[in-house]
Design a protein around this ligand. Structure first.
Ligand SMILES: *Cc1c(COP(=O)(O)O)cnc(C)c1O
Length: 351
């Protein structure tokens, strides 16, 4: 089986070996020590400012998106959301559910975010800006430096859903002025789905501490307070948290820059090969995590043929783009030989 998806993705041998074992009980010193170690490594990988806080949630990435939004903002706030696809829309829907006012900066699927887009929203006193660093539905990578300058000028809290771009594209909370980073287990971390993380700057957590949030399970204060001693308020995804610690340590050992460079090299390898096959790739800025490929209405047929005849799974698109776009992932346990197999299969499958 070869998955060129964006989560779950191909998993690494160490993760697979660990996940077959009996789980330990978790209200123990050993578990607490491991969780504190995961917090330390995660903050280091993200360049989190001194005094940042981390919450480990047993929820898929969307749970962490909802926790971030509903804990940092309230009905008296207005936020700006960059809506360049399905994941931007998800932020807007979460705000609707929690009664948080929002303006949506809506982009066409192939429209790159520019400073001019943001300039139109200056001087409006937004409490926060919500953005998916990589809008995974199109693969567009937003320029976080540009967005961060807007937020700095406007005194706006910057919330970055880095679920698909963590470990694929460079991100440093301190350098990029990011207040909350949202991460999920099943993307480049290549773990089982169902665990997500929030990393919060002191400024962001200060805001969260003062805010009354209508949440119980997703009450971030409860999670942060327990994480001070390496614990979680409720039974967590013990097994995934164990494999998470192993993965974080592996990445710390190799260096996050090396990890990102490797993903970028795979993306480049695929993009050159795909263009060689005559496939069309959009020209807006792309994340290293995933490459969108355009088709003339037959994307579903190509997806099915690869799956049934070659045991290769690409990432299908939803909605309007279902017939026109497939996405090819570059995260997880993949190497050049996997792309060579994909190119060979594409040569057979493409009309
Ligand atoms: C995968 C993903 C999510 C989270 O999706 P879940 O299915 O809830 O894990 C959120 N945002 C982006 C940008 C993603 O790629």
């Amino acid at each position: 089986m070869r998955l060129f998806t964006v989560g779950p993705v191909m998993m690494y041998g160490d993760t697979l070996a660990e996940s077959g074992k009996q789980l330990p009980y978790f209200r123990t010193d050993e578990f607490s020590k491991m969780m504190l170690d995961s917090e330390r490594v995660l903050k280091g990988l993200l360049g989190a400012p001194e005094g940042s806080r981390v919450a480990f949630l047993t929820a898929s990435g969307t749970g962490a998106m909802e926790a971030a939004v509903s804990n940092a903002f309230s009905g008296s706030d207005r936020v700006l959301i960059v809506v360049g696809g399905g994941f931007g829309r998800r932020f807007a829907e979460i705000c609707d559910v929690h009664g948080i006012q929002h303006d949506d900066l809506v982009l066409q699927w192939d429209e790159a975010l520019t400073p001019a887009h943001l300039d139109a929203y200056r001087g409006r006193g937004y409490a926060g800006l919500l953005i998916n660093m990589d809008e995974t539905s199109t693969g567009q990578l937003y320029d976080i430096g540009m967005v961060s300058r807007f937020c700095r000028d406007e005194g706006t809290l910057l919330v970055v859903d880095a679920i698909s771009s963590f470990l694929a594209d460079p991100l440093d909370m301190e350098r990029d002025g990011v207040d909350i980073v949202i991460i999920g287990s099943q993307k480049a971390l290549a773990l089982e789905a169902g665990t997500s993380m929030l990393v919060m700057s002191p400024r962001a957590y200060g805001r969260i501490s003062e805010n009354v949030s209508p949440t119980y399970y997703l009450d971030v204060k409860r999670h942060v307070t327990d994480q001070e001693r390496g614990q979680t308020p409720f039974t967590p995804s013990v097994g995934t948290l164990i494999t998470l610690n192993g993965m974080l340590r592996t990445i710390e050992g190799q260096g996050i820059d090396a990890k990102i460079a490797r993903t970028a090299a795979l993306a480049d390898y695929f993009r050159r090969g795909a263009r060689g096959l005559g496939l069309a790739i959009p020209d807006y800025p792309l994340s290293n995590a995933v490459t969108p490929v355009l088709f003339d209405g037959n994307a579903r047929e190509v997806f099915e043929a690869l799956r049934y005849h070659h045991d290769i799974t690409l990432t299908p698109s939803g909605g309007d783009m279902a017939g026109r776009m497939l996405r090819v992932g570059h995260i997880g346990n993949l190497d050049e030989s996997d792309y060579d197999a994909l190119f060979e299969a594409l040569r057979e499958v493409l009309p």
